[in-house]
Design a protein around this ligand. Structure first.
Ligand SMILES: Cc1cc2nc3c(=O)[nH]c(=O)nc-3n(C[C@H](O)[C@H](O)[C@H](O)COP(=O)(O)OP(=O)(O)OC[C@H]3O[C@@H](n4cnc5c(N)ncnc54)[C@H](O)[C@@H]3O)c2cc1C
Ligand code: FES
Length: 282
């Protein structure tokens, strides 16, 4: 008989910050690794769309998406400073320690989309949870059809992962269409909400063989869903991630419940069909 598993599921493992890179105002990317290489090796088996709980000693814990693809060399979080925990992380310097537990949540079932076209639609920091899927799809390019990214932010200075977006586009592996609500700093690209890119650049691929991934602020989500449904996308071919206040992250405390679903274990990835059934008012 196997000995009982006595590991405390709430106990995070020590992590060391390697470097911090400014992304857009109030958003930084934190490259880190577990102090124990064995923990690092275990953690690398996460799926795109999963999240982790990040602990700042004496402050608290918060959920954060995993923006790297599992096969990328470095592990990192991209975090907007909004309150006590995220501010404490933003104060850390290279070699400082914090703690991480996870990965948690269902993630995107990337195998189910093989053979299909992928359309990613993101607004603002909604690109963070989608980054992992985009990189995963590019690393497994032969398994997917056409890949398009439609991404919008309020101003050009608030477009995230710009270096990545430009690199991914190179060689024609994927198309990237950008827009801003307000042009500035010599921006000569598209101006308008992200859905207006559909008309300009065209989701001109057969929608019955295309899966759409939508992440962004609620107002963007509502309009983009309307546009995608009008283009003929089926509700079960539109994927998104839901954000809720979380405490345990492992289906025990009930903080994240919407109806019968625990966002931390049944999600955070849901189809639009499921989101509608949950009665979620996004
Ligand atoms: C699954 C999941 C993945 C996430 N991934 C990321 C990520 O990759 N990068 C990132 O920057 N953020 C992410 N978030 C949001 C992040 O968890 C919150 O911003 C964080 O918990 C705030 O903690 P805090 O202590 O700094 O702020 P607090 O002091 O707790 O709150 C500050 C302000 O932020 C608001 N707030 C706090 N949490 C949330 C939330 N979950 N949704 C909406 N408003 C909130 C509060 O109402 C308050 O106004 C994610 C959330 C979830 C549930
Ligand atoms: S965060 Fe505790 S049940 Fe989901």
């Amino acid at each position: 008989m196997n000995p009982p598993n006595t590991e405390n599921i709430y106990l995070p493992k020590l992590a060391v910050l390697d470097r911090v890179v400014d992304d857009i105002p109030e958003v930084k990317t934190f490259y880190w690794r577990f102090e124990d290489p064995a923990e690092q090796a275990k953690f690398k088996h996460f799926r795109p769309g999963q999240f982790a709980q990040v602990s700042l000693f004496g402050v608290g814990e918060f959920p954060a998406s995993l923006p790297p693809s599992p096969t990328e060399e470095e592990t990192f979080f991209t975090i907007r400073q909004v309150g006590s925990c995220t501010s404490a992380l933003h104060q850390l310097k290279p070699r400082d320690k914090f703690a991480v537990r996870g990965p948690y949540g269902n993630g995107f079932p990337m195998e189910e989309y093989e053979g299909r076209n992928l359309t990613f639609v993101a607004g603002g920091i909604g690109l963070i949870p989608l980054r992992s899927c985009i990189v995963y799809a590019l690393q497994n390019r032969a398994k997917y059809g056409r890949i398009q990214v439609f991404y919008g932010a309020k101003t050009p200075g608030e477009l995230m992962y710009l270096t990545d977006l430009r690199a991914w586009e190179k060689g024609g592996a994927m198309e990237c269409h950008l827009t801003v609500d307000r042009a500035a700093n010599g921006w000569d690209g598209h101006v308008g909400v992200v859905g207006s890119l559909f008309k300009k650049s065209g989701v001109d691929m057969p929608v019955d063989n295309t899966t759409a991934f939508v992440c962004g602020p609620p107002v963007m989500f509502r309009f983009v869903i309307k546009d995608l449904l009008a283009l003929g996308f089926k509700e079960n071919h539109i994927m998104s991630t839901l954000e809720r206040y979380m405490k345990c992250g492992v289906g025990k405390c009930g903080h994240c419940c919407i109806g019968v679903a625990y966002i931390c274990v049944d999600g955070p990835v849901f189809t639009y069909e499921q989101i509608k059934k949950l009665g979620e008012d996004i």
